[in-house]
Design a protein around this ligand. Structure first.
Ligand code: FAD
Ligand code: EPU
Length: 342
């Protein structure tokens, strides 16, 4: 090892504090990056490292099924900065290791519109483009401007603009074609100075009414936070990674066929068909609130698999496979995991 490096390579580190499922697995090697000035040393380390490398933000979208026999790089680079503005828009850059909700609150407090519906999603700014995070009628692609990244193959720094990211539902080029090719360093969003509020998701108007508030950037952010707290488990109390599966998108004919058999099926319009509520499908198969040992299905949201304490990644994975099989058998619909299984 280079004795002058700013990057400390640790050995045999527990990853339990670094994944919201609370999996007790170990990393063969581990390092944490807190400032951008460490990047050259990090890139040098990665280019010489013999073994796989995994970047971690908040660890809120990963399921570890075994120890990681490679290098885990925890990204903790902080900073939020207004980099440009005009009459309509303000461009705000967040460093990859910045907490997503702190970034959203920075925008909300200044009445910059566009991210308020994405309040309280766990994780970091740098991970937000990976699966184009979304909630309550909004996805980051709606306000994403560009990101800075570095190629792990060539060491080349480059910018990605929205049309180069292939954003889709819980998907981007970084989750598929370019998976593992780039380290995202920072992300810049284009926020509205005259906010166009989105209250299309039914639960938001209902919550605003209960709060006695008119829709504003702040009140929507608060309403979304209230709704989320009421149904999603807090990972500091019960291990989980949010929705374990994606909502399946099916063609119109399949949708019509299932809907005729199950008129209560909740679904949303999607390109050439419909997006079905996977939580409902799973609940219909009798899984909601199920528990075997410490692995379970959340009692308030069947799309969320939970670790009550000492479940292993393989136990959670085995439960996920059973759920996939039963939904396939009952509805002939294939669920796909949203969570990155490692
Ligand atoms: P991690 O889990 O650390 O990493 C996710 C993936 O990105 C990994 O493959 C990792 O290697 C890669 N990665 C991370 N950082 C970088 C980087 N800088 N460069 C390159 N690759 C990187 N998601 C939604 O979309 N909507 C929701 O409403 C939502 N609700 C949730 C609620 C709960 C309670 C929980 C626990 C999760 C929820 N999620 C939701 C999932 C999760 O919060 C998001 O996917 C989030 O973006 C993950 O961020 P992270 O920093 O924790 O990523
Ligand atoms: N439903 C059930 N039973 C359940 C869960 C849900 O019948 O156990 C029904 C609800 O009654 C509702 C419908 O399914 O009619 C949709 O439920 P909800 O509004 O809770 O949203 P979701 O489709 O289950 C998605 C995202 C969430 C996001 C919310 C809010 C996916 C995979 N999940 O969940 O994202 O927060 O909408 O927009 O798209 C995540 O990605 O980790 C995540 C939490």
């Amino acid at each position: 090892m280079d004795s002058k490096t700013s990057v400390t390579l640790l050995k045999d580190i527990s990853l339990r504090p670094f994944n919201t499922f609370g999996m007790e697995v170990r990393a063969k090697n581990f390092t944490e990056i807190t400032t951008e000035s460490q990047m050259p040393d990090l890139l040098r380390l990665i280019s010489r490292y013999e073994g796989p490398v995994l970047f971690l933000g908040g660890g809120s979208n990963v399921l570890f099924t075994c120890n990681y026999e490679g290098l885990v790089v925890k990204l903790s680079t902080k900073g939020i900065e207004i980099v440009d503005q005009d009459d309509e828009f303000v461009f705000v850059r967040g460093m990859a290791g910045e907490c997503w909700d702190d970034y959203v609150q920075f925008c909300v407090q200044r009445n910059f519109g566009g991210l308020e519906n994405l309040s309280l999603i766990p994780g970091n700014v740098g991970s937000s483009p990976i699966q184009n995070i979304g909630a309550y009628g909004v996805e980051i692609k709606d306000t994403f401007y560009m990101l800075d990244a570095v190629s792990l193959r060539t060491g080349e720094f480059r910018e990605f603009y929205a049309d180069e990211c292939a954003f889709g539902y819980r998907s981007s080029v970084f989750k598929h074609e370019l998976k593992g090719h780039y380290l995202i360093l920072s992300v810049t969003f284009r926020l509205q100075k005259h906010p166009l509020l989105n209250t299309s998701y039914g639960a938001i108007p209902a919550e605003l009414q209960a709060m006695g508030e008119a829709p504003t950037v702040r009140s929507i952010a608060q309403a979304v936070a209230n709704i989320r707290r009421s149904k999603l488990p807090d990972p500091t109390e019960i291990g989980n990674a949010g929705s374990f599966f994606k909502n399946p998108v099916v063609g119109q004919t399949v949708y019509n066929e299932i809907k005729s058999r199950y008129p209560g099926l909740p679904a949303y319009p999607a390109e050439n068909g419909a997006k079905l509520a996977a939580g409902w499908l799973i609940e219909q198969c009798g899984w909601k609130g199920y528990r075997e040992g410490d692995a379970g299905v959340h009692a308030k949201q069947a799309l969320v698999l939970v670790n009550y304490g000492k479940a292993t990644g393989n136990q959670i994975y085995a439960l996920a496979v059973e759920i996939i099989e039963s939904v396939k058998e009952k509805f002939d619909v294939l669920l796909e995991p949203e969570v990155n299984i490692i």
